[in-house]
Design a protein around this ligand. Structure first.
Ligand code: B1M
Length: 212
């Protein structure tokens, strides 16, 4: 089998040791790192995303695949830095202040990384100012917020307002998600996008970055 297909297959099986070994072999065989990333690792992760969405696989499978992806990514990272291959874009993510639920946010981060984005993960219980300050400092064009509690959803509006107050609307786009969050709520508070799940989040961030 083609080595990139091997990497993709092993990633889908969540076999981090095999992904590590095949990625190492591909590097030694001088397969371009970008090809290993896009056709092997991201290719495999995209299939995982589709299967997860279709309820063919479940959360533990996604987490295993993610662990396998990191095994390959860790080998490729230094090569990208050396070659100066730019990432697709920077995204600041976090779970809003007062909220400790971070599984969904972590999944969003994993899928974004898998799609080639540089992700700055602020963790959980993140104050509104920190989202905006970090996006400004890091030159990120997207802030992604997660909330799992109805009581913490209003924090999302505070971040939208802060971005407006600082005159950064349009330059910094805001995407929100989490079980109680809806498209309607996103529109009501003036967020740029809502995503239902981590696969949708990747698609939405890509669209946001294309919008002027
Ligand atoms: Co809590 N909890 N919890 N909890 N917890 C919920 C959310 C709850 C619905 C349970 C219930 O009552 N049925 C309820 C909220 C009720 C409400 O507000 N209406 C609740 C409560 C009440 C609480 C506490 C207050 C309980 C207490 O102490 N009395 C407390 C609050 C603590 C706090 O945050 N301050 C609490 C604590 C906890 C634990 C710490 C024990 C644990 C969290 C562990 C952790 O995350 N590290 C926990 C858990 C596990 C849950 C449930 C059971 C599962 C949440 C989860 O991780 N789902 C949850 C019930 C439920 O949702 N069924 C519940 C899996 C995860 C992959 O899905 O996060 O929805 P989810 O992410 C999805 C999408 O929403 C989307 O993508 C993901 C899928 O791909 N998504 C985004 C998420 N973020 C996104 C961002 C995006 C785009 C998409 O763009 C940026």
């Amino acid at each position: 089998m083609d080595i990139l297909k091997e990497i993709s297959e092993c990633l889908q099986q969540g076999d981090d040791q095999k992904v590590f070994a095949f990625t190492k072999q591909a590097i030694e065989e001088k397969v371009p790192p970008k090809e290993i990333l896009e056709c092997g690792l991201i290719g495999g992760m995209n299939i995982i995303g589709e299967k997860y969405r279709a309820f063919e696989i479940f959360l533990p499978d996604v987490l295993m695949a993610a662990k396998a992806m990191y095994a390959g990514m860790d080998l490729l990272k230094p090569l990208f830095i050396k070659e100066g291959i730019p990432t697709v874009g920077k995204v600041v993510i976090g779970t809003v202040q007062g909220d400790l639920h971070d599984l969904g946010k972590n999944l969003v981060g994993i899928m974004l990384k898998g799609a080639g984005f540089e992700v700055i993960d602020l963790g959980n219980n993140v104050p509104p100012e920190r989202f905006v300050e970090t996006a400004k400092k890091e030159g990120a064009y997207v802030i992604g917020m997660s909330a799992l509690l109805t009581t913490t959803m209003p924090v999302m509006k505070r971040v939208v307002d802060l971005v407006k107050e600082e005159g950064l609307s349009g330059r910094i786009k805001i995407i929100i998600g989490g079980a109680p969050v809806t498209e309607e709520f996103a529109q009501k508070i003036g967020a740029d996008a809502y995503a239902y799940d981590s696969v949708d989040a990747v698609e939405s961030v890509k669209k946001l970055l294309k919008k002027p």
